[in-house]
Design a protein around this ligand. Structure first.
Ligand SMILES: [Mg+2]
Length: 167
């Protein structure tokens, strides 16, 4: 089977549940969305690579440190590995919304960095899944196929649909 190229995933609201009005600061506060672990395992088989692109301005706000975030991500990757899911790289933007950086979605800096890191990445054969308009805007700007998910139409639902059409 010819593999799809790259799957860009937003994190909060796609891989894990959002918390009401606060940031997920550590792995104890991290809860996978229903079916997300299995979905990522299945998607790992049909995409060449999966990357995460996530805005984490809680760092600039001093709510969590870079070490906290890295440790959370290590735990998340380990948990995903148990189910068979592989995420090749995690890009995060630690800056404040007000900082107007290049990396915070809807800006495209994180995706552009991924294209530098993976020079054979084919935008047109790649997807971005997010739950916010800013995700979709960034993905569209870079010529990716974009998918908007929510609490009903989840990553798990989308992956089932995708698997049923390509298998
Ligand atoms: Mg999100």
């Amino acid at each position: 089977m010819h593999k799809l190229d790259t799957l860009f995933l937003d994190r909060d609201g796609v891989i894990n549940m959002k918390l009401d009005g606060r940031y997920v600061r550590n792995f104890e506060e991290f809860e996978f969305m229903p079916g997300a672990e299995l979905a990522i395992a299945n998607l790992s088989k049909i995409f060449k690579r999966i990357l995460i692109v996530t805005n984490q301005q809680g760092i600039a706000k001093g709510i969590m440190s870079t070490e906290d975030l890295n440790s959370l991500h290590q735990n998340m990757l380990q948990q995903l590995k148990i189910t068979g899911g592989t995420i090749e790289k995690i890009y995060y933007c630690p800056h404040l919304d007000a900082a107007n950086c290049k990396c915070r979605k809807p800006n495209t800096g994180m995706i552009e960095q991924a294209i530098i890191d993976f020079p054979n990445l084919e935008n047109k054969n790649s997807y971005l899944v997010g739950d916010s308009d800013s995700d979709i805007t960034a993905g569209n700007e870079m010529g990716l196929i974009t998918v908007k998910v929510d609490n009903e139409y989840t990553l798990a639902k989308w992956s089932e649909e995708l698997l049923s059409v390509i298998e």
